[in-house]
Design a protein. Sequence first.
Length: 251
Amino acid sequence: MRSLGPRRSNLSRAYLDRDVRRRRAFTPAASLRHRSIPSPVWAVAHEGEGMPSTILVEKDELAIRRMRDSLDDYELIVRWRNSPHVRQWWDPDEPTLTIATAIEEYRPDIAPTAATTLCIVELRGTPVGFIQFYRWSSYATEAGEIGIPFDDLSWGVDVFIGERDAVGHGLGARMMELLCGYLETGLDASSVVLTTEVENSVAIRCYEKAGFVKGPRVLDTDTRDGERVWSWVMTRSRRSPADRCGVSSPG
């Protein structure tokens, strides 16, 4: 991944037809107003009262919900992605994100049929971070370019804590543990595989706390100062039911 900064391990336009990004970090977020912007038909059909909950999984006041096609969520992403603690590890070579470029980059993956699922993480109802996940088989070209082993049930994850004040309190490991439990119990994941820069010691410790094991050192497709970055492949293999922490999925 990259992030915690994390990442989907961080995909670039050079390797994907569509720019889909990932990463990590934390700063106090304003309450959501759920203001909508002109949306495609599929987005309108999934919003509003009486519609299914957008929460995928929750435990101990921490919840992971789907990102919405709303101005509030795009503003969160713009503020977070432009924060120094996030930019340090998430797409540092990219220009400052704007609302327009955020919509262009993220809206395609908010669609229900998208290969990547975009999520906002909330702590006690307040947005604090971002997570995206996807099957590596949907990005086989990039996985092969990097050297990531995968099967049909291997998933990738990218995450960052957007709120700076939330960094350093163990939240990253909790976010990863919660999502991995969801992928393993809800989507039958055999493994969760990500990459993180070799210099990102904070992210490495976070992933290790969430059950990831460091593997080979590889050249990622993410870049820093125009050069691809050396990263560790880190893998969490599926745990037995007795080893899994209980998580609750609404519905």
